[in-house]
Design a protein around this ligand. Sequence first.
Ligand code: ADP
Ligand code: MG
Length: 723
Amino acid sequence: MSGSMSRRQAIEAVTTYEVETDGFPEPLADTFGRNVFSLSVMKNRLPKHVFKAVAATIDKGAPLDPTLADYVAVAMKDWAIEKGATHYAHVFYPLTGFTAEKHDSFLEPDSSGASLAEFQGKTLLQGEPDASSFPNGGLRGTFEARGYTGWDVTSPAYILENPNGNTLCIPTIFISWTGEALDKKTPLLRSQQAMSKQAMRVLSLFGHTDIDTVVSYAGAEQEYFLIDRHFFFARPDLMTANRTLLGAKPSKGQEFDDHYFGAIPDRVLAYMIELDRELFKQGIPAKTRHNEVAPGQFELAPVFEKSNLAHDHQQLMMTTMKKVAERYGMVCLLHEKPFAGVNGSGKHVNFSLGNSNQGNLLNPGDTPHENEQFLVFCAAIIRGVHKFGGLLRASIASASNDHRLGANEAPPAIISIFLGDQLADVFDQIAKGGAKESKQTGVLELGVDTLPPLKADAGDRNRTSPFAFTGNRFEFRAPGSNQSIADPMIAINAMLAESLDYVATFLEKQLSEGIEFNSAVQKLLEDIIVEHGKVVFNGNGYSDEWQEEAASRGLLNLRTTVDAMAQLDEPEIKSVMSDYGILSNRELLARKEVVLEQYSLALLVEAKETLEIAKTMILPAANRYQGELAGTAASLKAAGIETDHPVLLALTKSTKDLYAAMLTLESAIDGFHGETVEAEAEYALTSLIPAMTDVRTVADKLETVVADDLWPLPTYHEMLTIL
Ligand code: ADP
Ligand code: MG
């Protein structure tokens, strides 16, 4: 496939583009949650007993009586129709990581030939999309396509607007007719429940017996690129693979760090403002926006929410980001590495746990060494990250995220944990027999009388750690920008369930043996830090020394998806998932198969596209220029001027190399096979990737040789700086 617009036309279109806006919009505060069937809407519209039951399910995780669904359905339908909805959709999250919707009309014909708006409890509770073409990793054959969606009460319904009519969207889970999870939401909810159960056991040992539930919170910082849509449509690689498969590095890249937190271009700012407004309407608490490190790269961070809701909001946020970009003539690229040699995009998942009685359980207070409960939770996390680093790594594996994790870019594929000065020091003291003090936070004197002193944090940040403590939460920095936060949150909840179970069991046993509580806690902390302290690393995660040091500590360094997914065969990982009711062995295996299938498929598509572009765009450009230079050489010779035509020679050599690399890539594509999904993925890794890389290397060299007016593809410099 070749681009629908030439490079010249694209540049012309971009440089003459003008942003159109509707002028100054209404205040954001009036917009927040306007399209959400929230608790406050329900309170006004539901009978009291129904509202109480629904609220208890949402806030406290209490089971919901299905007979109440009829009341909710009627109220939801009336509200939605008042908001202009004509259809409703069960929204679910299949294993592809995308969001799926099945739309149905509210209207049902009656016997008189008229129609009336119908929406009953049973339609709210359960749907049955034809699910045969969603990947299921062998959980069922296509002949047994039946799958059900089930209403997730804990995530509010909302209205999706369209100029031609609105749709009521109902977040659901998605399972096969045998009850096996075919989505990312079901195990997320299960993992949340498993973690809560064990966390409550621990809290009750600390005397907190009046707690309904412990929830995990997630706040995901989303990085993304924006480029003008004309460039996008002139790049077939962006259109099919969402990343550039070739393209020489610009002479000025991000070396100067002059883009980071710089002034936001007007067009981008207009986009961000409208994006915030759209997100606010859906009740998504967008908060921070700024330029990122690479040119053309930005970040959006919402305020954290309960992880199941944060997940749904994150999915909707990604869809909305793409949609709003179109209105401003841009394309939002969520790929982890759209431009080689330029910083990639991550999605840092910040997480904490808490409940309504005690708030954030990861808040250390001013003197963490005295805060036993905090230390116990923190130790459980350290232990979990050490034991289940492989699971965490597998939870974020994909062909596109491998460009970040396996490569020379943050964070490394080695899963370690950063505690910061203060906490690392407390745990050092514990390992030596007991913590007596906490390093104190300081005050920064600025040397200017008119400036009030600033408060310094107890620990610095570490941008190279995949799993960092940042004051009152942990930040899992390895997830990729395009990924669902479900898998990382499932992995975190799962490791916590197992670790907190260990902690509770340990303490219960000690107490039953008559050991005093504080001594039992000290023993527990000491044991954990001695055995699992290896996973703590406060240094530079990008350095070569760390690769060696991590190996000597026995930490895994899983550079590729193929290596990472093999972790799901580990007995410890299989049993943590099944023992805590998160994923049965069959369900887990299915997930592994889907990830590997998607991996091979993505690479196969990229390989084919690389070949096509080389054949139909790069080689012709090289040949044209060769012809032009040959003509020049002949004329010079005729005029009696002798030169050895160095450019023509270099070009001829590179063209030959390109041709050879294309042949190798072609045969690698033709040879794509594998008896199992693992073997296919291995083939893609070891045959397709190197063959693609070779084509790219020569093509990028040609880009620096071929005359600029003959080069067919928008360059990195053009795409990243013209907005
Ligand atoms: P950074 O300086 O790390 O880039 P940002 O402000 O961009 O910080 O993002 C921090 C993210 O962490 C936000 O999404 C924020 O809501 C989230 N966050 C803050 N506190 C917590 C918490 N207790 N639990 C989970 N997430 C949190
Ligand atoms: Mg940030």
